[in-house]
Design a binder for this molecule. Structure first.
Ligand SMILES: C[S@@+](CC[C@H](N)C(=O)[O-])C[C@H]1O[C@@H](n2cnc3c(N)ncnc32)[C@H](O)[C@@H]1O
Length: 223
């Protein structure tokens, strides 16, 4: 039995960076499968990923022919990995709860994958997300479903004899809808992914324990 340790988000991800991409994580599997369905939309687009982590999504966007890539993250350790995963992408260390040093309407599209879980309030980050996307552009948001967060599931990882936990906040559907409305974002799609919605190669935990439980929420929004 590993001893649980609770760390702040930046310290936790600096520590997780070395093993994040190798760790068999059903939530990352789910977000990857959900993004896969949308990759074509990013072709030829300039794209920002907020909370880009190790750059695995930036690399996927590059393979999908995104035109220009920009990513930010709180964790220097995660960004160091992203430098190698997504050479040529512009990467900056930045807290997404604070105003971004990016011109208004600078990007065609934006992605946020599994980062808003760590943000207590959605309003400011959603307003910044909307601000940096041009009118007519779009954003895709993939996040742990609030049913999971409310049942005590949040980002965590094994580290030696420890199990590292960090702050994780549930965002109800009214929180999301209010934040989008205040930010001037229009919802064009919402999917609640359950374990059985993923393919046969999905981790068994996802297909069995969470077969009927909304596990991941996917929002498509436009400016
Ligand atoms: C679960 S990882 C997801 C990384 C990547 N988007 C992916 O899908 O693999 C969450 C990332 O969000 C970043 N993050 C959390 N809170 C943040 C904040 N306030 N500002 C910027 N990045 C943040 C973490 O450092 C971490 O890299």
């Amino acid at each position: 039995m590993k001893t649980p340790i609770f760390l702040d988000v930046e310290t936790a991800y600096d520590r997780w960076a070395a093993s994040y991409d190798a760790y068999d994580n059903p939530m990352v599997y789910a977000a990857t499968a959900a993004l896969e369905r949308h990759l074509e939309r990013f072709a030829g687009q300039s794209v920002a990923e907020l909370g880009c982590g190790t750059g695995r999504n930036l690399a996927a966007l590059r393979r999908a022919s995104a035109a220009r890539l920009w990513g930010c993250d709180l964790s220097a350790g995660m960004l160091e990995k992203a430098k190698h995963a997504a050479p040529g992408a512009t990467l900056v260390q930045h807290d997404i709860t604070l105003p971004l040093r990016v011109e208004t309407g600078h990007f065609d599209a934006a992605l946020v994958s599994l980062a808003y879980e760590h943000v207590a309030k959605l309003d400011e980050p959603a307003a910044e997300l909307a601000r940096i996307v041009r009118p007519g552009g779009f954003a895709l948001i993939l996040e742990i479903h609030p049913f999971m967060t409310l049942s005590g599931v949040g980002a965590h990882f094994p580290d030696g004899d420890h199990d590292i936990h960090m702050p994780s906040y549930p965002h109800s559907f009214s929180d999301w809808l209010t934040a989008f409305r205040h930010a001037g974002l229009t919802v064009s799609g919402c999917t609640e992914w359950r374990g059985r919605d993923f393919g046969p190669d999905a981790p068994s935990k996802l297909r069995e324990r969470y077969a009927d439980t909304p596990f991941l929420v996917e929002w498509s929004v436009s400016r």
